[in-house]
Every structure is written in structure tokens, then in C-alpha cells.
Design a protein around this ligand. Structure first.
Ligand SMILES: *Cc1c(COP(=O)(O)O)cnc(C)c1O
Length: 455
């Protein structure tokens, strides 16, 4: 049986050459992005100070397929097509009749899925005559990916990293500098937004929202500088669909179709990238997978937030997006899955949850680390703390199959390795990780600060 294979590969010649745009196939479009001053839908000109026109065009495009430029395909070939694995050893350890597949994105230069969008973003900015990109980074995955992509196209890259992570994870900083990026801890005294926070809180450990404010401010002030975002926006999820398109081809090679797809969600990009091509197939009636987003219980935007217009950053400089949010000044507990500590969710993913096309669930971090350790001992890959959420959900589903005797096909994205997150495993293995329970009052307080937008 072909399905017994462990590692399912595609040739370079089988590499997908188009991104898939889910907006073309949705029965209803997501609500528009609004200008925070006028509360009217924004137009391309509102985004032009930050993004090149080709990315703005992709953000609002309703074309079903968009060609991947040749120069981007060339860089993708350094690690794409990425392998799809059948988790035989994990299945045996769980004694489940389920068949578990994982698409491994840790083979990229940054060790995660993030270069799938960093590379085209750097390419389109270079083509538009931009000299420098700014961005924020939390745990450092996105900063590493953008620094790598900028090096490929001869752009400068300036990164504001959340202070707490900057101090805790020195290896990400070194990797970013090795790729040629310049990195500052955030809040910094280089921006108005940073100076304002430091004046009030000199010891601030920062947040993603603050770091976004700093990077956006610098990009808005310099004509030769643009800003790049690593998740949340439509064009980012679009670029990530190479994950799902490859996985579809790989599963077809072994004659499988998924019954359940699970993925971890911070801003929604690796999950959307895996799931959207399968959702296309589902909408066309060719398969019927259940599709489930998995978020941390400490930052549960999809499962406990509200669906409302909110800012993407703390200072309130970005346009307003309708999304599941915990409020733009919500500061999540310092869980180890730094990439999942964002107050909001991609508007596209939020819209799918709201229209019941996908499901969402939340998991506490100890259950996730337990699954991550079991995965490492069976499959031989130490997962980043973020995808341990997806692995925990896959394990839960596989154990349900053991009860029911169903041989379901479970698919997930192993969106990054945890080689630079070993301190988190140290904390788990030494028993010092706790599950923070999030009080309803804390969520209510953060949600009370949402900007007033008439229905
Ligand atoms: C950034 C990151 C995430 C969270 O971002 P998404 O946009 O939700 O994918 C998850 N896992 C890893 C490894 C990351 O680097």
C-alpha cells in the first residue's frame, strides 16, 4: 500500500506555481477594513505609505489564482516543496487506527513557515524601489524570516523585538544579525511610540502591539521604507497557501483525503495556508474534512474574544479590522508559544469561524508540551511551542479514534522546529511551567476598550 510511506516528497517540477485566493470562493466576503478616523472602508491610497501596490492589490484581489513570480519560486526552491510525513511512530505510540500526516515547514531557512511570505514581500518591495523594510517580531521567527528574505533581494531590514523575548532568546537576535538585519528591543527610544511608553513605564517588557506601532511609525515617516507584517493580512495568508497546495498533491500520491485538519493559530497564517486549498476542495464537494483552529487557552481570541472592529496595534495607528479580538491593549500571560500571543485574529479566519465553515478550540500549554515531547520522542523532531497546540489536537483526535475504532485521516502543519526554543522545553521538563487560567473579568476589561464603531 502506497499509504504506508513515511516521507512523501514532490519533485521541483511538481512545485505549485500559483497561490490560491480563498476570497474568490467565499459565499459572502468578510466585512471591509475601516479607516480609524472616518470609519469608511479604506482604499489603496490609505495603505500606500506602508505597502507596495502589488501587495495592496493582492490584499483586495478576488482572482482565484495568482502567479508566483519566478524570482520568488527560485528562492522557495531552497527548501520547497517541503516534506509531508506520515506519523507512523506517533500512531503506534498512541495505539490508534487513525492515520496522522504532518506537513513540515521547519526545513526553511528560518525554521518555520514564515519565509513563505517574507520572500514575496521582500520581492515586491524591491520591485517598487523600496530600500528598507521595518517590522516587529515576538519570539523572533518572523524577524529571522524577513532578515533572510531582505538579504536575498538586497534590502535593509530593521526589526523591533518585544523586549521580554529580546532578553530571553538571544539566539534569534544573532540569527537575524547573521542574515544582515538590524534589531532593537521594543519599546525603544528611536520612535515617538516607544518614547511615550518608556516615559510612563521605563521597565516595560513590551508587547507585539507596541513593537508594531514602532515599526509602522518609522515606515510611515520615510519614503524609501515600507513595513511588512508576518501574519493576519489577506496577502500573508495567500502566500502561505503553498503549504496546502503541496499537501494536497502529496496526499493524492498516497491516495488519501483528510477527515480532520488541525492547525495552530496566532494570527492565522500557517493554519490558513494549510487549510484554504482543502476548504476550496470542500466547497467544491470533493472532500468533507472537519477543519479546526487551535489556540492557546491563555490568549483565546477565537473561543473567548468578541467579533468586533479593533486596531491591529496597541497605539491605535492601524486601520480597524473586524476580527475575533481580546482588545488591542490585552497583554496575554507570558506563555512559551510567543507566536500565539496576539490579541486579534486574521479577519479571514474570523469570518470563517463566524460563518461556521471552520471550528475553533483552545488548549492549555502543559497539555501541548506533553504532546510536543511525545512527538519528539516518536517522530524525532522537537516542535516549536506554537505547533505543539496542533499536535495536542491531533493526538486528542487520534485517541478519540482509538475509542470509536474509526480510521480517520488527520492532517496538520508542523509549522516550525523548536531548536531555538529549548529553554521552554527545559522549563516544561523541570516542572516549572504552569497553566494560567484567564478570568472572565480580565477579558471583559480589555474588550471594554474596543474602539466605538457603529454597526
Ligand atoms: C509566527 C508563528 C506562528 C503564529 O503565526 P500564524 O500566523 O498563526 O501562523 C505559529 N508557529 C510558528 C512556528 C511561528 O513562527
Amino acid at each position: 500500500m502506497a499509504a504506508e510511506k513515511t516521507k512523501i516528497l514532490l519533485d521541483e517540477s511538481e512545485q505549485p506555481t500559483q497561490w490560491y485566493n480563498l476570497l474568490a470562493d467565499l459565499p459572502t466576503p468578510p466585512p471591509p477594513v475601516l479607516h480609524p478616523g472616518t470609519l469608511q472602508p479604506i482604499g489603496p491610497d490609505d495603505l500606500a505609505p506602508l505597502f507596495p501596490m502589488e501587495l495592496i492589490g493582492q490584499e483586495v484581489s478576488t482572482e482565484r489564482y495568482l502567479d508566483i513570480p519566478g524570482a520568488v519560486l527560485d528562492v522557495y526552491r531552497l527548501w520547497r516543496p517541503s516534506p509531508l510525513f506520515r506519523a507512523h511512530r506517533l500512531e503506534r505510540a498512541l495505539d490508534t487506527p487513525a492515520r496522522i500526516y504532518y506537513k513540515y515547514e521547519g526545513v526553511s531557512p528560518a525554521g518555520s513557515h514564515k519565509p513563505n511570505t517574507a520572500v514575496p514581500q521582500a520581492y515586491y518591495n524591491k520591485k517598487a524601489g523600496i530600500r528598507r523594510l521595518t517590522t516587529e517580531t515576538g519570539a523572533g521567527q518572523w524577524g529571522t524570516a524577513l532578515a533572510f528574505a531582505c538579504a536575498q533581494f538586497g534590502l535593509d531590514c530593521e526589526i523591533w523585538q518585544v523586549r521580554a523575548s529580546y532578553d530571553q532568546k538571544p539566539y534569534r537576535k544573532i540569527m537575524i544579525e547573521t542574515f544582515g538585519g538590524v534589531i532593537h528591543p521594543s519599546p525603544s527610544n528611536l520612535t515617538e511610540a516607544g518614547r511615550k511608553i518608556l516615559a510612563e513605564h521605563p521597565d516595560s517588557t513590551g508587547s507585539l502591539g507596541i513593537a508594531i506601532s514602532e515599526a509602522v511609525e518609522v515606515a510611515a515617516q520615510h519614503a524609501d521604507t515600507n513595513y511588512a507584517l508576518g501574519s493576519v493580512l489577506n496577502h500573508v495568508l495567500l502566500h502561505q497557501t503553498v503549504i496546502g497546495e503541496e499537501a494536497l498533491l502529496q496526499l493524492a500520491k498516497v491516495g488519501e483525503t483528510p477527515d480532520v485538519i488541525v492547525g495552530c493559530t496566532g494570527g492565522g497564517s500557517n493554519f490558513g495556508g494549510l487549510a484554504f486549498p482543502f476548504l476550496r476542495e470542500k466547497l467544491a464537494g470533493r472532500m468533507v474534512p472537519v477543519i479546526r483552529a487551535v489556540e492557546p487557552a491563555a490568549c483565546p481570541s477565537l473561543t473567548r474574544g468578541v467579533y468586533a472592529y479593533d486596531f491591529g496595534d496597541t497605539a491605535g495607528m492601524t486601520p480597524l479590522m473586524k476580527m475575533h479580538t481580546l482588545g488591542h491593549d490585552f497583554i496575554p500571560d507570558p506563555i512559551h508559544a510567543g507566536g500565539l500571543r496576539y490579541h486579534g485574529m486574521s479577519p479571514l479566519i474570523s469570518h470563517l469561524v463566524e460563518s461556521k465553515m471552520i471550528e475553533a478550540t483552545a488548549k492549555p500549554q502543559r497539555e501541548c508540551f506533553a504532546a510536543g515531547v511525545q512527538f519528539a520522542r516518536t517522530e524525532g523532531i522537537v516542535p516549536a511551542p506554537e505547533p505543539t497546540h496542533a499536535i495536542a489536537a491531533a493526538v486528542e483526535e487520534a485517541l478519540r479514534c482509538k475509542e470509536s475504532g474509526e480510521a480517520k485521516v488527520i492532517l496538520t502543519a508542523l509549522c516550525g522546529h523548536g531548536h531555538l526554543d529549548l529553554a521552554a522545553y527545559d522549563a516544561y521538563l523541570s516542572g516549572s511551567i504552569t497553566d494560567h487560567s484567564l478570568a472572565d473579568e480580565d477579558i471583559a476589561a480589555a474588550i471594554a476598550a474596543l474602539p466605538p464603531v457603529p454597526a
